[in-house]
Design a protein around this ligand. Structure first.
Ligand code: SF4
Ligand code: SF4
Ligand code: SF4
Length: 372
C-alpha cells in the first residue's frame, strides 16, 4: 500500500453512541456501538502515519470524527491520545489533535476537550429555532442550550473553534442571518454544507436546498463575513488549494472504523454486515494490518477518470464534485448532475483570487451578471 498511499493523518471512528436524532442523520442505525481496536494495533497504525509525517516534515495529526458523538468516548480518547503522544515523541514529531462534537455532553467533558484538542469542530446549525428543529435530542427536546454552552466554554480557551452548519431547504435563503447570529456568539469561522442524501436515502430528500439558492445565499453571507472579520467557508470549492472529492485517500488521511477496517469513504464507517466492501483498503485482525491493494488500485483508476462533465471544467482542480451525493465509485463516467452551486461559487472565488474580495454591497450585482 505504501507506494500508492502515504497518509499524514489518522481519523478514528470510535463507535455509534450519539445523544441526538438529527433530521438529516447519515449514519447507519446498525453501526457498532463500541470500538474493538487494541492498543497494539492502534500503535502500529499510528507508526505507519508517523513515518510519512516525518518524511514530509509535518505534525502527526489525529482526528476523532462523526457518525457518533466522539466525546462520549472520552476515556477511549484519553487512551488513544496517550498512545499517539508516545508515537509522536518517539518520532520527534508534534502531535495535532482534532475532534468533532455536537456539544451535547457535560460541561466537564467540554472543559476537558478544550484543554486536550488543538482544534474542535462544533456542529451548530444556527439560531435556536433552526438548531432545535434540525438537531433535536433523542427525546425530541432541543439541543441548542447545550451547544451554546459548549461554544462559550471552548471560546474561553486557546483551542481553535470551527462551527459546522448544515443548510437545509428551510435555511438556504437565510445563511446571512445565520452568520449574523454566529457573529453575535463570538464565532469567527463557519463552514456551511448543504445537506446531502445518505446512501440508503433514509431522510427526506426534499430537505436538500436548491443549488443556485444555496450558492447565492452562501456568497452573500461570505461577503458580509469577510467585511466583518469572519471566515465563511464552503468546503466543496477551495480555490487556494488543489482539492478533489472528500475520499480520505485523496486527503492523505487514513480512516479507521470502529470495527477495525480502513475506509476511504466517510459514508462508510463500519463493515459489520460486509456491505460496501469496495470502500475498504485494509483491515486489522489479531493486531496485524492487512491491506487490500486491489481496492486501492481500483479506487485510483476510477477516481482519476471521474465524470465526463468535469473533464474540461474551469473548476476541476478546486471542486469536491458533488461528493458524496455523486460518487464515481457508484455512478458511471457519463452520469450528468447539477453542480450549479459549485460552478457559481467557483466562479466568484476564482475571480476574487485575482481581483480581491467583492464588497458585500456589490455581490448581488456580480451574481446577477453571472446568471444573465
Ligand atoms: S450528531 Fe451525527 S450521528 Fe448523531 S444524529 Fe446527528 S448526524 Fe447522526
Ligand atoms: S462518496 Fe465517493 S467520492 Fe465521496 S468520499 Fe465517498 S467514495 Fe469518495
Ligand atoms: S463545477 Fe461541476 S463540472 Fe466543474 S468540476 Fe465541479 S462538479 Fe465538475
Amino acid at each position: 500500500m505504501k507506494d500508492l498511499f502515504q497518509p499524514l493523518c489518522l481519523t478514528a471512528y470510535l463507535g455509534g453512541k450519539c445523544p441526538l436524532n438529527c433530521l438529516y442523520c447519515y449514519s447507519d442505525k446498525n453501526r457498532p456501538i463500541d470500538n474493538t481496536i487494541s492498543n497494539e494495533a492502534l500503535k502500529k497504525v499510528l507508526y505507519i502515519v508517523a513515518k510519512n509525517c516525518l518524511a514530509n516534515k509535518v505534525p502527526l495529526a489525529i482526528v476523532f470524527h462523526g457518525v457518533n458523538e466522539p466525546l462520549l468516548y472520552q476515556k477511549k480518547i484519553v487512551n488513544i491520545l496517550k498512545i499517539a503522544q508516545e508515537v509522536a515523541n518517539d518520532c520527534n514529531l508534534k502531535l495535532f489533535r482534532a475532534c468533532t462534537t455536537c456539544g451535547v455532553v457535560s460541561n466537564h467533558i467540554i472543559e476537558w476537550a478544550k484543554n486536550n484538542f488543538d482544534h474542535i469542530t462544533l456542529s451548530w446549525d444556527g439560531p435556536d429555532f433552526v438548531h432545535n428543529r434540525n438537531r433535536p435530542l433523542k427525546n425530541g427536546k432541543g439541543s441548542s442550550s447545550a451547544v451554546r454552552k459548549a461554544a462559550e466554554i471552548i471560546l474561553q480557551s486557546k483551542c481553535a473553534l470551527t462551527v459546522r452548519s448544515t443548510v437545509t431547504i428551510e435555511t438556504s435563503e437565510h445563511i446571512l442571518n445565520t452568520v449574523f447570529f454566529f457573529k453575535q456568539q463570538g464565532i469567527e469561522r463557519v463552514v456551511f454544507n448543504p445537506v446531502y442524501p445518505n446512501r440508503n436515502n433514509s431522510f427526506i430528500e426534499k430537505l436538500v436546498p436548491p443549488p443556485k439558492l444555496f450558492a447565492f445565499s452562501f456568497l452573500k453571507a461570505r461577503a458580509w463575513g469577510i467585511a466583518n472579520d469572519m471566515e465563511i467557508i464552503f468546503p466543496g470549492v477551495r480555490p487556494r488549494e488543489t482539492h478533489d472529492r472528500y475520499c480520505s485517500i485523496l486527503q492523505k488521511n487514513l480512516a479507521i472504523t470502529s470495527d477495525g477496517y480502513f475506509s476511504f469513504c466517510f459514508l462508510v464507517t463500519h463493515f459489520i454486515d460486509c456491505q460496501d466492501m469496495q470502500f475498504q483498503i485494509g483491515h486489522i485482525e489479531n493486531d496485524q494490518i492487512f491491506y487490500k491493494n486491489e481496492n486501492l488500485k481500483r479506487f485510483f483508476k476510477i477516481i482519476k477518470r471521474g465524470f465526463k462533465q468535469c473533464e474540461k471544467c474551469f473548476n476541476k482542480n478546486h471542486c469536491a464534485k458533488c461528493c458524496p451525493t455523486i460518487c464515481p465509485m457508484l455512478h458511471s463516467y457519463s452520469k450528468s448532475f447539477d453542480c450549479s452551486a459549485e460552478k457559481i461559487i467557483g466562479n466568484v472565488l476564482l475571480f476574487e483570487q485575482e481581483n480581491g474580495p467583492i464588497p458585500f454591497e456589490e455581490i448581488d450585482c456580480y451574481l446577477n451578471k453571472i446568471i444573465s
